[in-house]
Design a protein around this ligand. Sequence first.
Ligand SMILES: Cc1ncc(COP(=O)(O)O)c(C=O)c1O
Length: 327
Amino acid sequence: MGTATSRTGFTTQALLDLESAAASFMGTEAAVHLPSGYMGAAAVLASMAQRFDVIFADEASHYAVFDAAAASGKPIHRFGHCDADHLTALLRQHLRHGQRPLVITDGVFALLGDIAPVDRYIAALADCPAAAVYVDDAHGLGVLGDRGRGTLEHHGLGAANRLDSDWAGNVSLWHSATLSKALGGYGGVIAGSEGFVEMVGRSSDLVRGASPLPPMLLAGSTEALRLVRNESGVRTQLHVNVRQVKRGLAAMGLTVDQSPVPIVSVATGDGPGMQRIQQRLLERDIAIAYFGAYSGSKPGGSLRIAVFADHTTEQIDELLSALRAVL
Ligand SMILES: Cc1ncc(COP(=O)(O)O)c(C=O)c1O
């Protein structure tokens, strides 16, 4: 069953239900759903293009973020990965009087698993009138923060029930996320104040022109949001599993941060060597990804372990002992 038309022509109840569930999950006044998370950055930056003049981007940001930045036609300066001091230096160097900066970043980096220091970026923008920060929180939603609202909540920025300019004094906060990662649903979501969401819905051709997902996929995402919201044991178990994996890897001498992010990157040796490790684990029915080239990857690429809430203690022990044998 398809949707037959863009949402401008007809809006299904399933779509409205999902948008209302997303707003309630994120603690915002409203939300708009997109057929993919990749489209979120493009929709936000295109809609808000009149509100910024110069872009400052974390150099390891996802393709979706850089594509959106390039489409805006505004100048782009790249700062070091998660480096707020470098951002401050670039702001001093490149921002002319009266220009409005936009800082863009992933919330949680797809490959590296790092959490963007959004609070430090806001502090770096304190002296800039009319600054904005855009966070693509594809990998933060459903994982970080007390209620799983993502990177902004992790940094204590998630308590307010509005996004946009009320959040951080002179700094507007815009974000989008995907339901396709931790939630196991599908599609992107942009959440915020009524005014912000209305603005994006009204001015983004992506929102107006793309066919929404078929109702059964939308309903699946709505149910996923309900589940993660009401059954907090799922996220608690995820964090228990993440701790077990990360402590195990640290005990093997690997440098691993101890954040609750369920993505662990291991870069060891060269690309073919890592592909051999991936193959040897697969022979033991353990599937981990190898990314040769991806946004944020180092030369040679990286193995990437994704931890799930329903992995058992025994399965994680098995992963760790297999890694001990092959690394
Ligand atoms: C930061 C970021 N944005 C967007 C996407 C794409 O999201 P989707 O797969 O829902 O289109 C990803 C996927 O990994 C991502 O990491």
